[in-house]
Write a protein that binds this ligand. Structure first.
Ligand code: ADP
Length: 419
């Protein structure tokens, strides 16, 4: 049995894939297995009897590696997993993992040492490659981090500049609003004095009757004063709205009654158009600032009157859509092209038409109206066809609802447009 185990061990040693070498006390190679032959390329006959240093590269031999290992072996009895280099028969340098063990006989006498060498060239080179890649990666990361931090600093600088510019703009805006409101206030008082005086002159005075020419001149001056008053009022309105200071006073009110009242006034002073009122009845109240809604509707009625021909019809309709009451004002005027439709709600925008000069206005009415209606949680929009007419819609939240901003697009989609 013992012999069998010894034979088995001898076979394992002889055929092992690792190089297993026995060296005598003078480091002369005494045995050379199959693994050593494959790793180093020497046949046993070529190398047995040679010194172990034949396998050590010149630089390591000169550096005294063998002596160091011999000392360590003598003091510890073994060297385990020592990574070093060895040379094969063809001169190629291999990376090996070396384990050496001091051998002693049963009387403790040194009988050389064993050396087991595993070829780890591929593994070590792959690891070296990984280390190199890691190093490159770390360099790149460091570089990118540096670049990012520089970009970040630049962004922060830009942000500071923008904040400064913004603060400056806000300051200018405040100055502008203050200036506009100051100028408008200063203009309103003298204007109302002029208007009052002109009105007095126009009133019949039997003692001092006006000549037709004087009456014509004073009427002209009165019209121009009214125009200027409207402009000042508009500019003042804008200054207030843009300063977030529209000062609305909300209440529930009957929009239908307000419209009927306005229509009566318009029918009385405009005998040229057919003014048709809403046909719907029993409509719920709306929530908003009644006076401001009146202002908006007056502006829309005025536009329908200004931009449509005499004898044509202007019709006003009311309709409940979802939680809004929608007023539509349709005229049979010239209409507005699609491109212009997008701009008419801009400040001071007027459509360029041959008769634009003759038609009074400053392009402020729709801008102010939109802002006011939006501030009341409603919206204002228009649909039009050139040559057929326009319809302007104003939606206002119904009273008694939770007053969230309306969805104008939905409302606009569900309406049937009579143009
Ligand atoms: P304006 O004082 O010029 O009437 P608005 O802001 O009320 O100012 O209107 C802006 C422009 O939109 C008008 O100048 C006009 O060109 C156009 N517009 C407004 N309402 C109508 C309408 N009903 N029909 C045709 N064009 C209109």
């Amino acid at each position: 049995m013992k012999k069998q185990i010894e034979r088995l061990l001898a076979t394992i040693t002889a055929d092992s894939a690792d190089a297993i070498i026995w060296l005598d006390n003078a480091d002369v190679i005494q045995s050379w297995n199959r693994g050593a032959e494959i790793i180093f390329g020497y046949a046993p006959a070529e190398i047995i009897g040679k010194r172990f240093e034949i396998l050590v590269p010149d630089d390591l031999r000169v550096g005294g590696e063998l002596e160091r290992l011999k000392q360590e072996l003598a003091s510890c009895g073994f060297i385990r997993n020592y990574i070093t280099q060895r040379v094969a028969k063809d001169g190629s340098v291999l990376i090996v993992e070396l384990t050496r063990t001091q051998l002693r006989d049963e009387h403790g006498q040194a009988m050389g040492s064993s050396a087991i060498l595993r070829d780890v060239t591929k593994r070590e080179r792959a690891q070296a490659q990984i280390r190199e890649l890691n190093r490159q990666l770390e360099t790149q990361v460091a570089q990118r981090t540096h670049e990012l931090s520089e970009a970040n600093q630049q962004l922060r600088r830009r942000q500071r500049e923008l904040e400064k510019a913004n603060a400056e703009l806000e300051r200018l805006d405040e100055l502008k609003s203050e200036f506009v409101s100051l100028v408008s206030h200063e203009l309103r008082a003298p204007l109302s004095n002029i208007s009052g005086s002109l009105q007095l002159l126009l009133d019949e005075d039997d003692a001092n009757p006006l000549t037709p020419h004087q009456r014509e001149m004073i009427t002209l001056a009165n019209d121009q004063t009214e125009r200027l008053t409207r402009l000042v009022k508009g500019v003042l309105n804008i200054a207030r709205i843009e300063a977030g200071n529209a000062a609305l006073s909300f209440q529930a009110f009957d929009l239908c009654v307000l419209i009927q009242h306005l229509l009566e006034q318009w029918r009385a002073c405009d005998l040229e158009h057919h003014w048709l009122g809403p046909t719907a009845s029993n409509l719920p109240s709306v929530w908003g600032d009644r006076d401001r809604v009146e202002e908006v509707l007056t502006n829309l009625f005025d536009n329908a009157y200004k931009y449509s021909n005499p004898k044509s019809t202007i019709s006003v309709e009311l309709q409940v859509i979802e939680d809004q009451l929608v007023v539509s004002i349709s005229d049979q005027g010239k209409g507005i092209s699609k491109q212009e439709l997008e701009k008419i709600f801009d400040k001071f925008y007027r459509v360029e038409r041959s008769d634009a000069r003759q038609t009074y206005g400053y392009g402020l009415g729709l801008y102010i109206s939109l802002k006011l209606i939006q501030a009341m949680g409603g919206t204002l929009w228009a649909e039009s066809r050139v040559g057929y007419g326009s319809t302007f819609y104003v939606s206002l939240p119904l009273a008694g609802q939770s007053h969230s901003p309306p969805v104008s697009s939905q409302i606009s989609r569900s309406l049937s447009i009579a143009v």
